[in-house]
Structure formats: C-alpha cells, structure tokens
Design a protein around this ligand. Structure first.
Ligand code: GRF
Length: 223
C-alpha cells in the first residue's frame, strides 16, 4: 500500500442545482474520494445547491456577481475567499461565470470544470441540442483543467454516451449527467493521488490502465 496522501482541499463553485456537488459530497462520504470541501461558493443567492451544501454541514458563501463593477473585481473576491479557506483545487460545478486571469493566475492548472459534451466537440452552451441537431451518434462529458479559452483546457477524463434518434434534449442531458456524477469524483481522486501530470495541453495519468485496447462503441450497433 502506498503512503497515505493527504485529502485534497476543495473549493466548489456553483450557480444552480448542484447535482455534481452532491456527487462529490457522496463520494467523500463513501470513502471513494479523499477530499475535504472547505467552502462552497454560489454567485446566485437562491441556487438550490446551497441547500445541499448546508445539509452536508459545509461552509457556504454567496458572492453575488451583480454587486461587482467588473469580472476582475468579482474574481478578486472569489480568489480571496478561496485563499482564505486554504483551498488547493477549485471545482466548477455548474458555475455559470467565465473566469478572468485573476482567478486563473491564482490557481494555475488547479481549477477543474465539467462540460456536458465530448470536447473539443460542442463547447459553449445548449450543447445537448447541438449534438442532437448535428446528428452525432455519441456525446458525453469531459472533465478538464480550466485555461483561458472557453471549454478549451487540458482534458482529464471523458465519458461517452449514445445519442438515440428519439432523444429530447432532456433525455440526453439526463444520460450525460449520470456519467458526470461518476467522472467528476474520479478526476478529483486522480488529482488527490497525484497521478495527473500536465504536459502542454495533454494530461498524462500515472498507472493508466490501457489493457482494454480493443474497446470500441458503435452506434447503431452493427447487425
Ligand atoms: C452540468 O451539466 C455540467 O456539465 C455543466 O453544468 C451542469 C451543472 O449541473 N457545467 P449541476 O448544478 O451540477 O446539477
């Protein structure tokens, strides 16, 4: 057994439902993830995710972006709160604000985000509809390190789901979210285990099991 590494100190940023926050809370409670959520910050005072955090006994803070004259000022306040809480890794979990260099420089390659598509396909918003309208046979989700471009940082983990002909946006979103809840805690655990090494725009993973070399998904399945 390798020497025990310390739990990673997380700051989770939300704007809405917080189902990914919940998945992380559950993974910690079940011992699948060695982490401590030091602080949950919402930019929206009524975000339902705040309740989840409070029910789990976590410290919460509302920093309403509407109270700030610029993105930089808002980010300065965020950074200050995260640094005060000794946060090591920032987790964006449905946080609907773009980050400025103030945050990116405060936490270089230490901010993770999750996106409900297989990047680099379909960055931005309304991506389930985009995948359906494009006729993609697969979509999925991507956990990545946040850098300057939108949904453009080094990829850590991806999960793939099929897109079916009768799918509504909501159907596809649900199918993708189930996988988000698996791969976000997984990506954070890889970080905590110090298995992620960034090389340019690639993330290399220590002890990556590549034995399933013939793994392939085909949709529709061949007859
Ligand atoms: C997720 O679909 C995630 O991919 C996107 O925002 C959504 C957040 O959902 N970035 P929740 O608030 O975690 O339920």
């Amino acid at each position: 057994m390798a020497t025990q590494l310390p739990p990673v100190r997380l700051g989770v940023l939300i704007s809405g439902t917080g189902s990914n926050l919940q998945a992380i809370i559950d993974a910690i409670a079940q011992g699948r993830l060695q982490a401590e959520i030091r602080l949950v910050i919402s930019n929206r005072p009524l975000a339902p995710g705040l309740r989840r955090a409070q029910e789990a006994g976590l410290r919460t803070l509302v920093i309403d972006h509407r109270g700030f004259a610029s993105r930089q000022e808002f980010d300065r306040r965020l950074r200050e709160a995260l640094e005060e809480a000794a946060v090591e890794l920032v987790i964006l979990a449905g946080f609907m604000r773009l980050l400025s260099p103030v945050m990116l420089e405060g936490f270089p390659d230490r901010i993770m985000n999750i996106h409900p598509a297989l990047l680099p396909a379909f960055p931005g918003l309304n991506v389930q509809r985009a995948a359906i309208e494009h006729g993609a046979r697969f979509s999925g989700c991507t956990v990545f390190f946040v850098r300057e471009g939108i949904d453009d940082g080094p990829i850590i983990v991806q999960a793939v789901v099929p897109v079916y002909p009768d799918d509504s946006e909501a159907d596809l979103a649900r199918r993708i979210q189930l996988q988000e809840h698996r791969i976000y805690p997984q990506a954070i655990a890889l970080y905590q285990q110090r298995r992620l090494h960034i090389s340019g725009r690639r993330v290399l993973i220590k002890d990556w099991d590549t034995s399933n070399a013939s793994a392939a998904l085909i949709n529709p399945e061949p007859d």
